[in-house]
Design a protein around this ligand. Structure first.
Ligand code: ATP
Ligand code: MG
Length: 140
């Protein structure tokens, strides 16, 4: 499996509790390299566009409100098999179902306030990276 890039967001419940470094430590100690990173305040339009695939889901409004409630940290993570590896480091969407040692088990508050986002495929990773980063912000 070749080196891959995946897109990550440290969500408002984690930035609010000053857990950016603790989350990043999980990525780094599990072999993912943070090759781009910025702290931003997402606009409603950005959040609605990013989560457009979920717009018919009952939690869509709540999800968008949450994602714009406080700053987030958007990131590009790189490493062997990075998309799948990051999903493993994050743990299950619902922290009650997440494995021990995962970010969501250790830090998430609920299924909505679950501390991190990670791309679910290499194709979506490329789309999501381009949604938040210009090419010149990816310096390896
Ligand atoms: P993410 O896309 O954020 O990495 P995921 O792929 O594990 O998470 P999705 O099914 O894509 O989960 O849902 C996107 C996000 O929507 C979840 O991370 C969570 O914040 C929120 N969400 C999902 N299900 C619910 C729910 N039942 N109630 C409230 N929020 C939810
Ligand atoms: Mg998802």
């Amino acid at each position: 499996m070749a080196t891959q890039q995946t897109f990550s967001i440290i969500k408002p419940d984690a930035t609010r509790r000053n857990l950016t470094g603790a989350v990043n430590q999980k990525f780094e100690e599990n072999g993912l390299r943070i090759v781009a990173q910025k702290r931003i305040q997402m606009t409603r339009e950005q959040a609605e566009g990013f989560y457009a695939v979920h717009k018919e889901r009952p939690f869509f409004g709540e999800l968008v409100d949450f994602m714009i409630s406080e700053p987030v940290v958007v990131q590009v993570l790189e490493g062997e098999n990075a998309v799948l590896k990051n999903r493993e480091i994050m743990g299950a969407t619902n922290p009650e179902e997440a494995d021990a040692g995962t970010i969501r088990k250790e830090f998430a508050l609920s299924i909505g306030e679950n501390s991190v986002h990670g791309s679910d495929s290499e194709e979506n990773a490329a789309i999501e990276i381009a949604y938040f980063f210009n090419k010149d912000e990816l310096v390896g």
